[in-house]
Design a protein around this ligand. Structure first.
Ligand code: NAP
Length: 289
C-alpha cells in the first residue's frame, strides 16, 4: 500500500540521527578514558530476547560501547542473580546494566531489577529511577517512552494541552509514558484491560499510543481524524508463506487515511527504544565522571 511519506513516522530515521549524536558523545568520553560498557543479563534461551540482544549489542559496538554478556540458565535463583548483579555494580568497566525481559517466573524480577545500582540502570526500571521520574528529578528514564515522546514531537513540537490516550499501563511503557506526557502538559488518559468503552475514549485522543501486544486492536473506530498514532505493540507471527513477521497493535491500513502521522511496525518505536538505550548508557557513564 502506498503511504504518503509525510504521514509515516519512521523511527529508524530519527533513531539514526540520535545515534550519530550519541556516537559523538561516546567518542568524547572515550578520549577522556571514561569506560563505556553495558552488561546484558539474560536468563534462559527465549528466541525473541536473543534477537533483541543481538541487535542491541551490534548497535552498541557500532558506537563504541562494549557489551558484557551475562547469560544464565533458567534454573538460576533470584539470590544468585542478585549476587551477580551486585558484582557488576562494582565493576568500573560496566557503566550500564540491563536485564532482558521477560525472565522466568521462578525469579523475582522486582528484586532482581532493584539490585541494579540506579546509576547503572540504563532501562530506568528501578524504583529509585521511577520515583525520581515522577518527582521530576534527574534520572535514567525508560527508553521506549522516551522514544515515543521524541516521535510525537517530531510531528508536533508543542503538545501542551493535547489529549493523549495511552492504551496499556505497564511499568515499562504505559506508566512512565503517562508521566513524560504529563510533563509535556498533555491531558493524559490511560486505558487498560478493565477500561469501559475504550474505543470511545481512544476516539477523543489527539495523540493515541497503543502498548498492549494485541494485533490490530486499534482500528479506524478508535482513531480521531488528524490524530498522531504511535504503535508500540509487537506480536510475533508467521505469514501464509511461513515467513516470520511482526504485527503491531494498530490496523495500519485501516487507519492510515484518518491519521496525521503514524509509526509503522517494524521500523517505528523499536529503533527508538534501542537508540535511547544507547543515550542512557552515555548519560549513565557521565554520572561516574
Ligand atoms: P504488558 O506488561 O503485558 O502490558 C500490556 C497492557 O495492555 C496492560 O496494561 C493490559 O492491561 C493492557 N491491555 C491488555 N489487553 C487490553 C485491551 N484489550 N484493551 C486495553 N488494554 C489492554 O506489556 P508491555 O510490556 O507494556 O508491552 C506492550 C506491547 O509493547 C507488547 O507487544 C510488547 O512487545 C511491546 N513493546 C515494544 C517495545 C518496542 O520497543 N517497540 C518495547 C516494549 C514493549 P492490564 O494492566 O489491565 O492487564
Amino acid at each position: 500500500m502506498e503511504v504518503a511519506n509525510n504521514k509515516l513516522l519512521k523511527g529508524a530515521d530519527l533513531a539514526a540521527k540520535l545515534l550519530m549524536q550519541v556516537a559523538k558523545d561516546a567518542k568524547d568520553l572515550k578520549s577522556k578514558d571514561v569506560p563505556l560498557g553495558i552488561a546484558f543479563i539474560s536468563i534462559g534461551e527465549d528466541p525473541a530476547s536473543k534477537v533483541y540482544l543481538t541487535r542491541k549489542r551490534k548497535i552498541a559496538a557500532s558506537i563504541g560501547i562494549e557489551s558484557i554478556d551475562c547469560n544464565f540458565n533458567e534454573n538460576t535463583s533470584t539470590e544468585k542473580l542478585i549476587y551477580e548483579i551486585e558484582e557488576l555494580n562494582k565493576r568500573k568497566d560496566v557503566t550500564g546494566i540491563l536485564v532482558q525481559l521477560p525472565i522466568p517466573k521462578s525469579i523475582d524480577s522486582f528484586k532482581a531489577i532493584n539490585a541494579i545500582d540506579p546509576k547503572k540502570d540504563v532501562d530506568g526500571f528501578t524504583v529509585e529511577n521511577i520515583g525520581r521520574l515522577i518527582t521530576k528529578q534527574k534520572c535514567l528514564v525508560p527508553c521506549t517512552p522516551q522514544g515515543c515522546v521524541a516521535l510525537i514531537k517530531s510531528v508536533e513540537q508543542n503538545i501542551s494541552g493535547a489529549h493523549a490516550v495511552i492504551i496499556g499501563r505497564s511499568h515499562i511503557v504505559g506508566r512512565p509514558l503517562s508521566e513524560l506526557l504529563l510533563q509535556e502538559n498533555c491531558s493524559v488518559t490511560v486505558l487498560h484491560s478493565r477500561s469501559k468503552k475504550p474505543e470511545e475514549i481512544a476516539r477523543t485522543a489527539d495523540i493515541l499510543i497503543s502498548a498492549v501486544g494485541e494485533p490490530k486492536l486499534v482500528h479506524e473506530g478508535w482513531v480521531k481524524p488528524g490524530a498522531i498514532v504511535i504503535d508500540v505493540g509487537i506480536t510475533r507471527a508467521v505469514d501464509e508463506n511461513g515467513k516470520k513477521k511482526l504485527i503491531g497493535d494498530v490496523d495500519f491500513e485501516n487507519v492510515i487515511n484518518k491519521v496525521k502521522a503514524i509509526t509503522p511496525v517494524p521500523g517505528g518505536v523499536g529503533p527508538m527504544t534501542i537508540a535511547y538505550l544507547m543515550k542512557n548508557t552515555i548519560d549513565a557513564a557521565k554520572l561516574f565522571i
